[in-house]
Design a protein around this ligand. Structure first.
Ligand code: PAN
Ligand code: ZN
Length: 184
């Protein structure tokens, strides 16, 4: 194909994500999120494992009006019966976000600072707008790696600490018949 014609599908664009990333890949392991899982300590005794990794592309770092985006590979599996999930965070200050499903399936948890919870079914092709002020966490409830794209404004800060004071209201567990929600 003529080299002036650039790939346009998401799959093509993100096939080579490590080469496109502008920051080193970020890897999160169970040991870094152990207290977020109900039986995290117990599960860690069996050994540490990588829960997910994500790459960030920020072509115009912190410049007003610009965008940052990234791809996350969230692996399948359970930790003490709880489905694998991202740490979850709020954006400090204003800053909305767009999540788009590229592969796999799961649930996106959204929670406002006032405690309103929304659960969105996620799969390839799902696009969800996350309003400013809403915490977000992706849960992989499927059997394959879940890959999703996130787009957010440059210059925002990610608040992770809030999860240790005010976590999501539900845990997502694997029951006999599928997904089970447990109140936290
Ligand atoms: C995403 C997340 C990514 C990893 O790019 O940062 O999926 O999840 P945690 O940040 O919760 O570890 C995003 O929401 N950016 O704003
Ligand atoms: Zn975010």
């Amino acid at each position: 194909m003529d080299k002036r014609i650039l790939p346009i599908t998401l799959e093509d664009y993100f096939k080579d994500i490590p080469a496109r990333a502008t920051e080193p890949v970020l890897i999160r392991s169970l040991s870094q999120m152990v207290s977020l899982f109900k039986d995290g300590e117990e599960a860690l005794k069996e050994g540490d494992w990588e829960l997910y990794r994500f790459w960030t592309i920020e072509p115009a770092m912190n410049q007003p009006g610009e965008m940052a985006f990234g791809v996350t590979d969230l692996y399948p599996g359970t930790i003490g019966g709880e489905f694998n999930m991202t740490h979850g965070h709020y954006h400090a200050g204003p800053g909305a976000e767009l999540y788009m499903g590229l592969k796999g399936s799961g649930l996106l948890l959204l929670q406002s600072r006032e405690g309103e919870l929304k659960i969105i079914e996620f799969k390839e092709g799902t696009a969800t707008y996350i309003p400013s002020g809403w915490g977000h966490r992706m849960v992989n409830t499927g059997e394959q790696t879940m890959t999703f794209l996130a787009v957010w404004p440059t210059g925002i800060e990610h608040d992770y600490e809030v999860m240790y004071r005010n976590d999501f209201k539900v845990r997502v567990l694997k029951g006999d018949g599928g997904v089970v929600f447990e109140d936290r």
